[in-house]
Design a protein around this ligand. Sequence first.
Ligand SMILES: NC(=O)c1ccc[n+]([C@@H]2O[C@H](COP(=O)([O-])OP(=O)(O)OC[C@H]3O[C@@H](n4cnc5c(N)ncnc54)[C@H](O)[C@@H]3O)[C@@H](O)[C@H]2O)c1
Length: 254
Amino acid sequence: MKIEGQAALVTGGASGLGEATARELARLGAKVAVLDRNAALAEKVAAEIGGVACVCDITDTDSVNAALDKAQAAHGPARILMNVAGIGSAKRIVGKDGNPAPLEDFVRVVNINLIGGYNMARLFAARCAKLDALDNGEKGVMLFTASVAAFDGQVGQQAYSASKGGLVGMTLPMARDLAQHAIRVCTVAPGLFATPLLLELPEPVQHSLAASIPFPPRLGKPSEFAELACHIVTNGHLNGEVIRLDGALRMAPR
Ligand SMILES: NC(=O)c1ccc[n+]([C@@H]2O[C@H](COP(=O)([O-])OP(=O)(O)OC[C@H]3O[C@@H](n4cnc5c(N)ncnc54)[C@H](O)[C@@H]3O)[C@@H](O)[C@H]2O)c1
């Protein structure tokens, strides 16, 4: 699908990988809605790229529908959904104090990363399926953001890995399901990227993380994630696939 002129939605668009994706889409001529629960940052990014900020919580259906309505009123119906919003977490299943990990933590991470992603996808897809197909036969395309932790999760990453593994697992069945509606679905599994989360770590820790990447031995740039996200939109034969973007990184147990 040609990006220029299309209305696009980016969850997590206020920061990090989502922000870079929103900026790249805008640079390529899309009309971009920044969907994020951080109102101040969403407004800032949207203003800078000539887009619209739609504050929402991806786990809350009413809030997402209101955001989709606002985006549609500003830009027309969206054909591109970039699901980038997500949170991290690290908790050992049995803590150093011998107590079991709090179940609420597992529920919270799976609820945002996996169920929130599915919620966005279903609400977007139902709207997109009603649109006319473009000249190339396509109606829409969406992307999920997993993580290499879906495959090589580290100590303490059960909740995060389970949530990202869930996104990986639903990519193919969702692509098969939405084929009848001419909507493609792909997932990117990033390795270690230089987003606010990692840039807040002490420099020696950043260096040792970077050194663990075979090549190139540096953190990924958010712009590299954004380039791949936009390539998935423009390459009409990419569908039902999970793509690792990690410089050949395979995470060690800890
Ligand atoms: N940075 C990395 O190295 C890396 C590696 C692998 C995967 N990822 C994944 O990439 C995605 C983006 O990561 P990032 O590093 O850019 O993080 P980030 O914290 O910079 O950005 C995430 C954004 O998502 C938003 N968000 C969180 N929960 C939300 C909710 N319920 N509703 C709406 N918005 C919500 C936050 O407000 C924030 O703006 C995440 O899904 C993360 O798991 C990141």
